[in-house]
Design a protein around this ligand. Structure first.
Ligand code: ZN
Length: 236
């Protein structure tokens, strides 16, 4: 990380401290991704989220990246996350075009089509890591906690309900009014979706066993901007 450059100036009689940060240009590591390990892919995401939460976002020349990636893509990570408008994965991991194969559905559910997408990115695009990312205050998780059903929303809820049933520590107020219960179900839902991916996909099972890819779960905190990865979910 470049060292900040500090200085003083006087404005309207007030001495002001100025912290300047050298602008870092984003370098697209398209050519080095074949050799990247799943752990290295995870480290890049952790570092990116650290930049995001500290307002140290790397400067990205998007049109240059359009040119670099126009003929092929080689994302280093695949992220299954919620569609929530407050949790766009490229932003919260400080990544750019061509970096993340992003699969988003309410409640970060691993439907058959989602699993097919993850198989494609892992086997044919060379993505090294699958991340299942839940988030705090998730409307889909809260709807599952309340057994809410209307139209096709029930189809989403059906895939989250196993996490509600797995929550055994809450005896009373097992609904969305109980924040701790919702948080517990959210973390369990990440594990449930990871299990669903592994158990449903021979392709992903085989790639995990051969250590060609890794898989991890995490929770994005809407209030702090931080992603907390869950080591108990890791296959690295
Ligand atoms: Zn959500």
């Amino acid at each position: 990380m470049p060292a900040p450059v500090a200085g003083f100036f006087i404005e309207s009689g007030i001495i002001c401290l100025v912290i300047k940060r050298e602008i870092r240009m984003y370098k697209h590591p398209l050519l080095n991704r074949d050799k990247m390990s799943p752990q290295e892919a995870l480290d890049i995401l952790i570092e990116g989220n650290h930049r995001f939460t500290n307002s140290l976002t790397v400067n990205k020349d998007m049109m240059s990246l359009v040119s670099i990636t126009k003929d092929r893509q080689h994302p280093f990570a695949s992220v299954l996350s919620c569609s929530d408008s407050r949790a766009p994965v490229e932003m919260l991991f400080d990544q750019a075009l061509g970096d993340i194969f992003s699969v988003r559905l309410a409640g970060n559910i691993a439907s058959d089509k989602v699993i097919g997408s993850l198989e494609f990115s892992s086997k044919y695009l060379g993505s090294k890591l699958i991340v299942v990312l839940g988030h705090t205050d998730c409307g889909a998780v809260k709807a599952a906690c309340d057994n809410f059903r209307e139209g096709h929303i029930g189809e989403i809820i059906n895939l989250i309900r196993p996490a509600v049933r797995l929550e055994k520590t809450t005896a009373n107020e097992r609904d969305s009014s109980n924040t701790r219960f919702v948080d517990n179900v959210c973390a369990l839902n990440v594990q449930v979706q990871i299990n669903e991916i592994i158990h449903s996909s021979d392709i992903i099972q085989d790639m995990l066993a051969a250590k060609q890819i890794g898989m991890v779960g995490g929770i994005y905190n809407l209030a702090t901007g931080e992603v907390r990865f869950l080591p108990e979910t890791y296959t690295l």
